[in-house]
Design a binder for this molecule. Structure first.
Ligand code: HEC
Length: 127
């Protein structure tokens, strides 16, 4: 069996040209540039946030009553008029002297964005 026929070399060159051609296209956007996914956000919320913030985001989760600082009710103007950036910063870093601790390390940036998208949806739906 011969390996290096001119035909093969041509095929190889073509393959290299294709690969470098593809590589020259703009790189795909990083994950967090995609629109947040509310379905994933719902799962994150149910697992990590619902116990305090409640099923509907009213701040009435099963653990809320035991807290000294009441969980944010996302339906209040005070809360939902804040920008995504501000709320994401709170989710990322938490609030000092509050049961709302930092979620950095426990949730990825994408998960935090997905959870916020779900919170926005709850507020929009009024439930
Ligand atoms: C242990 C209870 C608890 C859990 C669990 C919890 N939170 Fe909170 N959260 C709070 C409390 C309490 C506050 C209000 C803190 C304050 O006002 O000092 C708050 C505030 C917030 C705020 C700020 C709202 C505003 O108006 O500024 C956001 C956003 C938020 N939580 C999102 C989340 C997300 C997302 C999760 C799940 C990943 C989560 N919280 C889990 C208790 C909790």
């Amino acid at each position: 069996m011969r390996f290096c026929t001119t035909e093969h070399v041509h095929e190889l060159l073509l393959a290299v040209a294709l690969v470098t051609g593809v590589a020259a296209l703009p790189a795909p956007a990083p994950a967090q540039d995609f629109p947040p996914d509310v379905t994933r956000g719902k799962a994150v919320y149910a697992r990590h946030c619902l116990s305090c913030h409640g099923t509907g985001g009213w701040g009435d989760g099963p653990d809320a009553a035991a807290l000294r600082v009441p969980p944010a009710n996302f339906h209040r103007f005070k809360s939902f008029l804040k920008s995504d950036e501000e709320l994401l910063r709170t989710i990322e870093h938490g609030i000092v002297f509050s049961p709302m601790h930092s979620w950095q390390g426990q949730l990825t940036e994408t998960e935090r964005q997905d959870a916020l998208a779900y919170i926005r949806l709850l507020v929009q739906q009024g439930r």
